[in-house]
Write a protein that binds this ligand. Structure first.
Ligand code: SF4
Length: 430
């Protein structure tokens, strides 16, 4: 365990800001998990074949299950005459909606090509909303690589939904962030037992389940990458409950206590309700953390989950962080997590990948968390890596997943140990 007191955390540490070559996903990838969460939504990317290929490779086998996303591919003639592009989009949307009457929300998702040719998708969304009202709501956001990095795609989608939510004066908690259903149920169950009510979620599973938002709404984020959604909710008068993110036993407890305090519920109630799940989480973490104790970790920027995860690994698994890289650093959102990370690691924002690779290779951390494009090359240099994408796709929030979360980091180390002595060519990133 780290012995520095939490009050000497990393919030005020100067941030190393880098701009240069980047190795990250664009925001289109958010569609992969959003379309599973929002069961009556369809995500229509307006882009090129590159965008279609990206989605197909990121979605893997999901593309065989009639997913609710697709790409309207811009052809050369669309690039030459924008008027045609709008007409063609209208036609494509009409065809899609007639084939899939289950769709109630349609997102027109901007891409690099549509941004570069300045195809006005927000105007298209307004126009199509009127055409297909009241059956389908058409919204627009950008998932382009020029504007968004990986999980920011979810942020952009949710931020686009906030302005169209009804107005509500109800005193309520809004839990914001797309979680797998089983995790969402756990969170809602804990909040109910503590006595927080009523609790709504954004995004809801279906458009009809959505609730309004207003000045009596307080909201808690479950993901650290929701900066624009945070701003959009504040513009609607809602107030944010700042808290560490619900990763691990400590993070989950601190998150619940911050919400309980907002609702005038004593800490002792949270302690009582969470006693059993906390004990389960501690035990599960301890099983996985044996390999992690005393080891060092280096985060390349990827999902914005890096800071809360570094907090979990350093505070609850006995690791030390060398560098915590994040594509963007929202102080307001991750400040409570930064407070809990002992001074020492470099906190970096943005990326110049060559410089960062040099730092990682110099530091030779025990585990390097990075994207798929860097993982195998770093393994070839003898570093042990963890693919960051898995941290977004795997259920890792709240008590019952705390052991699995630690396991995602201990597994590559354990495998390395098992393969010791075998020829290097057998090793690959995980
Ligand atoms: S949106 Fe941009 S970065 Fe993403 S796949 Fe399309 S062209 Fe590539």
């Amino acid at each position: 365990m780290n012995d520095m007191t939490p009050s000497k955390g990393c919030r005020d540490v100067p941030v190393l800001k880098e701009r240069g070559q980047r190795e990250v996903f664009c925001g289109l990838t958010g569609i992969i998990w959003l379309h599973r969460k929002m069961q009556d939504a369809f995500f229509l990317v307006v882009g090129s074949r590159t965008c279609a290929h990206l989605l197909q490779s990121a979605a893997g086998v999901m593309i065989f299950a009639e997913p609710r996303f697709g790409t309207a591919i811009l052809e050369e003639k669309d690039l030459a005459g924008l008027a045609d592009a709008h007409e063609e989009l209208d036609r494509e949307v009409a065809r899609l909606l007639s084939r899939r009457p289950d769709i109630k929300q349609l997102f027109l998702v901007g891409s690099c090509p549509s941004e570069v040719i300045k195809l006005d998708l927000s105007r298209a969304a307004e126009r199509l909303s009127q055409v297909h009202f009241p059956d389908v709501r058409v919204l627009n956001y950008s998932g382009s690589g020029i504007e968004t990095t990986f999980t920011q795609g979810e942020d952009a989608a949710l931020a686009a939904m906030v302005p169209v939510l009804e107005t509500s004066d109800e005193r309520q908690l809004l839990v914001v962030g797309a979680l797998p259903d089983v995790i969402e149920d756990q969170a809602l169950g804990l909040l109910e037992e503590i006595g927080v009510t009523p609790v709504r979620v954004l995004p809801a599973k279906r458009a009809l389940d959505e609730h309004g938002v207003g000045e009596n709404t307080v909201f808690a984020l479950t993901q650290p990458f929701l900066g624009d959604t945070h701003a959009a909710l504040e513009r609607r008068g809602a107030r944010h409950i700042a808290a560490p993110f619900p990763f691990g036993e400590h993070g989950t407890t601190a998150w619940l206590k911050a919400i309980a305090a907002e609702f005038g519920i004593d800490e002792s109630v949270v302690d009582r309700v969470t006693e059993a799940p906390r004990a389960r989480a501690r035990k599960a973490i301890a099983t996985q953390a044996a390999e992690l104790q005393g080891k060092s970790v280096f985060f390349f920027p990827d999902s914005q989950l890096e800071i809360p995860l570094a907090r979990f690994l350093t505070n609850e698994c006995g690791m030390s962080a060398v560098e915590i890289g994040t594509p963007f650093l929202h102080q307001t959102l991750v400040g409570p997590d930064l407070d809990l990370i002992a001074k020492g690691p470099v906190i970096s924002e943005g990326q110049d990948v060559d410089l960062q690779l040099d730092r990682a290779l110099d530091a030779r951390p025990d585990i390097t968390v990075c994207g798929l494009g860097l993982a195998n090359p770093l393994e070839a240099h003898g570093l042990t890596t963890k693919w960051a994408i898995e941290l977004v796709f795997t259920p890792v929030h709240f008590y019952e997943q705390a052991g699995d979360l630690a396991g995602l980091f201990s597994r590559p180390l354990r495998r390395k140990e098992l393969l010791k002595g075998m020829p290097n060519r057998l090793e690959a990133a995980e």
